[in-house]
Design a protein around this ligand. Structure first.
Ligand code: FES
Length: 113
């Protein structure tokens, strides 16, 4: 059902290898990434280490490297890779007709309690 998904705009607003952020009123900012391979992923924009802004990190493969201390975070699972431990919430995302949609209930789940 389309009502379950939030249309956040065209895929063209994010160039490959980059990210943009989506503020959530009263909640966590969400980062939407586009990989060089053309995949899209949405994560809460807060590194599991010390809350660095993942949207400003470097995207390579299916991974973003945090700009603060270089932790590598999987864009698919939100988990820190290698020796590092931690996980950031992933927001389900789909592409339809050139538009990016986020699962509404997952976005709402990021609102502060
Ligand atoms: S805050 Fe991201 S690696 Fe430290």
């Amino acid at each position: 059902m389309i009502g379950d998904w939030l249309d956040i705009g065209s895929v063209n607003q994010i160039t490959p290898g980059n990210a943009r952020t989506l503020p959530v009123r009263g909640g966590e900012e969400i980062a939407i990434f586009r990989t060089l391979g053309g995949e899209f992923h949405a994560l809460v924009n807060r590194c599991p280490h010390k809350h660095g802004p993942l949207s400003q990190g470097i995207v390579h493969g299916g991974v973003v490297t945090c700009p603060l201390h270089n932790w590598n975070i999987s864009l698919k699972t939100g988990e820190a890779l290698g020796e590092d431990k931690g996980c950031v919430p992933v927001i389900p995302l789909k592409i339809d007709a050139g538009r990016i949609f986020l699962l509404r209930s997952a976005v709402m789940g990021q609102l502060a309690a």
